[in-house]
Design a protein around this ligand. Structure first.
Ligand code: GLC
Length: 734
């Protein structure tokens, strides 16, 4: 039977390969014939993007001087400008319309860092799919997402936009989002071209200061920052966006090593490379180009196809300078043709030549109701919540609670819960946490509210009223964190404590008899040391989007048992940064009893909350952990099994994580690396046996010569519900 299936699969491959090859061959032939007709201005036009509509945009479209437009968010407007390109330009090359649909188009989903906390890639894919559906229905065909930057520095505001510190989890989330955005074929009416950004190592900005320099070894580049981009390319992402930062002295947007040698030559990427906003022009500010003309030369030569947008001050870079460079014989027409080919290929593959307008019939016939979207957004929000602390099982709230106090401006307003990087938000689609709690509270439960404080101000005038409300209640839920403007782009912080007077209020509240629950709404890990020691229950709720209020209430009342796990380490202090779980051992691993070991005088090395950490209302026991290999050969797979039993009072989901350690190798290796995980629901009293297969490639690493290798030796295999409380077994592989 097995042979028959194998033969059948081979037959299908033989039959379909020519068709698929034929498909791509046909596109290349169409590009060839189009290129032959294009003037130099029309070719350069495909490499220029307009941000919004300026006074000369319509004329530029008509004369083929722009190939894409960023920032138009309605199908009618898109059609208006597309019509000019299709009907009034000489060659009728369609425009492609782009937007940043980072976590939802009009239905706002949790921020990506929150979605990563779900460790549920299938759900994240659904979230991205709905974002694509809504964006495509309004004419957006090119999405500048997913942001796949790894970061180990919570001072950096854009950490909210990625999937945290781990390359494996980051890769899994990158794939899920690209599959959600693009589907199997991004020419489908409800799909968009995805963009993996920001290539590369933008999250390694020194001091966590946005746009700052990056100086890291090729080893760290390949082990930590490149993997999610490689996963994106292997998932056939349609485009890559180059980063603002310089890497080891060469700006990413003029860095031939990453843009050509790695991306094109090593990874065989066939998509389009676009810069981030004006980052070719910024080569001058980097001191890497003496003027915009040299910047254009260096950008194109390194492998930039589209200059996203010229300086809003002194204009575009490619449009005025590429022609000069050609006339001065500093570039060859072939380098322009190569870039134009990449752009035209994206447009052909996006189906824009056949269907340049929104297929409105499709969206009528395949309408997804707002309720259906909200259902997925609500599940996404619930699974993104991380329970950090729950002393004496204070949570879930007792349904018979007579009076619940809800405190904090973020519990009441409809904008903070959406976070940064909203696209075309519909503030009426969601409800606040206060409304969510009121909706779920049982008959006879009174929900009191007082603003108390606002993270945006140091005003304490609301303290007394709020403290009085708390003292009247049986339990208080205090919403603290960061107002949404404190995270996202150009939002780095040197101090990642709760801003303003929030902690002062929490300390005052804690002195009262009423038990306090803190719900955090924030875009980065926060150094909440005092609260961690003194507040009995803490929920990390990030910014959960439209369904935030319902999701937080559902978890508070125990309708949903929290299952989130941290995708990023919470430091005790800024002084520990960068702090991350997959660190090296060093030659002097920290030891309590040894002064001369790698540790601090004023802080433990351990984080406040580790990567992969998250509690549940129930408890899970791990047992019968076994690690088996048939031959102890490095070329064979290892079978890992473990039993997980729900020994508590609530059904719940556990994220069973698998880590490995290569104890001795030809280069130093991390003390552990996440290599797989499984999220599983387990009913009370039940046991599930979880099985992992550790393949040889999961044990591979970049050797001295930066080539992937696997070395025999001793390995440790770990399993557990976070990156520190783990069962482990050693194994020798020859
Ligand atoms: C911004 C961001 C980038 C975004 C682009 C267009 O500066 O860095 O992520 O896609 O500009 O909005």
């Amino acid at each position: 039977m097995k042979n028959i299936i194998i033969k059948l699969i081979l037959l299908i491959i033989i039959i379909f390969t020519p068709y698929l090859q034929g498909q791509s061959l046909a596109v290349e032939q169409k590009i060839d014939s189009l290129l032959l007709k294009m003037t130099l201005d029309e070719k350069i036009g495909q490499l220029v993007q307009s941000v919004g509509i300026k006074e000369n945009t319509i004329e530029d479209i008509r004369s083929g001087k722009i190939g894409s437009i960023l920032g138009i968010k309605s199908a009618d407007e898109v059609s208006k400008f597309q019509k000019i390109a299709i009907e009034e330009s000489r060659l009728k090359i369609p425009l492609i319309f782009a937007n940043d649909v980072i976590h939802g188009f009009s239905t706002t989903f949790p921020i990506p860092l929150a979605e990563a906390s779900s460790w549920n890639p299938e759900l994240v894919k659904k979230s991205a799919s709905i974002a694509a559906y809504e964006a495509a229905s309004e004419g957006t065909k090119w999405n500048y997402a997913p942001m796949v930057d790894i970061s180990r520095d919570p001072r950096w505001g854009r950490i909210m936009e990625g999937s945290g510190e781990d390359p494996y989890l980051g890769s899994v989330m990158a794939i899920a989002r690209i599959e959600g955005f693009q589907g199997d074929d991004f020419s489908h009416p409800s799909k968009v071209v995805a963009t993996a950004k920001h290539f590369v190592a933008y999250g390694a900005a020194e001091a966590g200061r946005d746009y700052n320099s990056v100086d890291i070894s090729e080893r760290r580049l390949r082990e930590i920052y490149l993997p999610p981009f490689l996963s994106a390319v292997n998932s056939e992402v349609g485009s890559i966006m180059s980063a603002f930062n310089d890497i080891n002295g060469i700006p990413a947007s003029a860095n031939k090593f990453i843009l050509t040698e790695i991306l094109r030559d090593e990874w065989k990427f066939k998509g389009t490379v676009i810069t981030d906003y004006n980052s070719v022009g910024e080569l001058v500010y980097h001191g890497f180009a003496k003027d915009k003309k040299e910047a254009a030369l260096k950008g194109l030569t390194a492998g930039i196809d589209i200059d996203m947008v010229g300086d809003t001050i002194d204009g575009d870079v490619y449009s005025p300078h590429l022609k000069e460079l050609l006339e001065d014989n500093l570039i060859d027409i072939s380098s322009i043709d190569k870039a134009v080919r990449n752009v035209l290929r994206m447009k052909f593959n996006a189906g824009l030549f056949e269907k340049p307008y929104v297929d409105s019939t499709y969206f009528v016939e395949n309408n997804i109701s707002q309720d259906a979207k909200n259902k997925i957004a609500l599940q996404m929000a619930k699974e993104s919540i991380v329970l950090l602390k729950n002393d004496n099982n204070l949570l879930p709230l007792n349904k018979k609670t007579k009076k619940i106090a809800v405190i904090g401006s973020m519990a009441e307003n409809e904008y903070d819960q959406l976070g940064a990087w909203t696209c075309k938000p519909n503030y009426k689609n969601g409800i606040s946490a206060l409304e969510g709690i009121r909706e779920l509270a049982k008959e006879g439960t009174e929900v009191l509210f007082a603003r108390g404080f606002d993270p945006r101000s140091n005003d304490k005038s609301g303290f007394e009223e709020a403290l009085s409300v708390i003292s009247q209640a049986n339990v208080a839920v205090v919403f603290a964190g960061e107002n949404w403007e404190l995270s996202g782009e150009a939002a780095s912080r040197t101090d990642i404590n709760l801003p303003g007077v929030q902690l002062e209020f929490i300390k005052r509240a804690q002195e009262l008899e009423t038990p306090i629950i803190v719900v955090l709404m924030n875009g980065r890990p926060l150094t909440i040391n005092w609260s961690s020691q003194n507040i009995p229950a803490i929920l990390e709720a990030w910014y959960l989007g439209d369904m935030s209020g319902k999701a937080i209430a559902s978890v508070l009342f125990g309708e949903y048992n929290p299952s989130g796990k941290l995708p990023i380490t919470f430091p005790r202090s800024v002084g520990q940064i960068p702090i991350y779980y997959n660190a090296k051992s060093t030659g002097r691993p920290a030891r309590e009893d040894v002064k001369w070991s790698s540790k601090y005088l004023d802080s433990p090395n351990t984080p406040l909350y580790p990567f992969g950490f998250g509690l549940s209302y129930t408890q899970f026991k791990y047992s019968n952990f076994s690690v088996n290999t048939s031959s102890n050969s490095i070329s064979d797979s290892i079978i890992v099994t473990v039993d997980v039993t729900n020994i508590g009072k609530y059904a719940g989901e556990e994220v069973v994580q698998l880590y490995i350690q290569d104890l001795f190798a030809s280069v130093t290796r991390p003390i552990k690396e996440l290599k797989s995980f499984k999220k599983i629901k387990i009913d009370v009293g039940k046991t599930e046996t979880i099985k992992f297969i550790v393949t040889p490639s999961m044990l591979s690493f970049y050797g001295i010569d930066m080539k992937k290798i696997i070395e025999p030796g001793e390995f440790k295999i770990f399993v557990g519900g976070n990156s520190t409380d783990l069962l482990s077994e050693s194994i020798i592989l020859n």
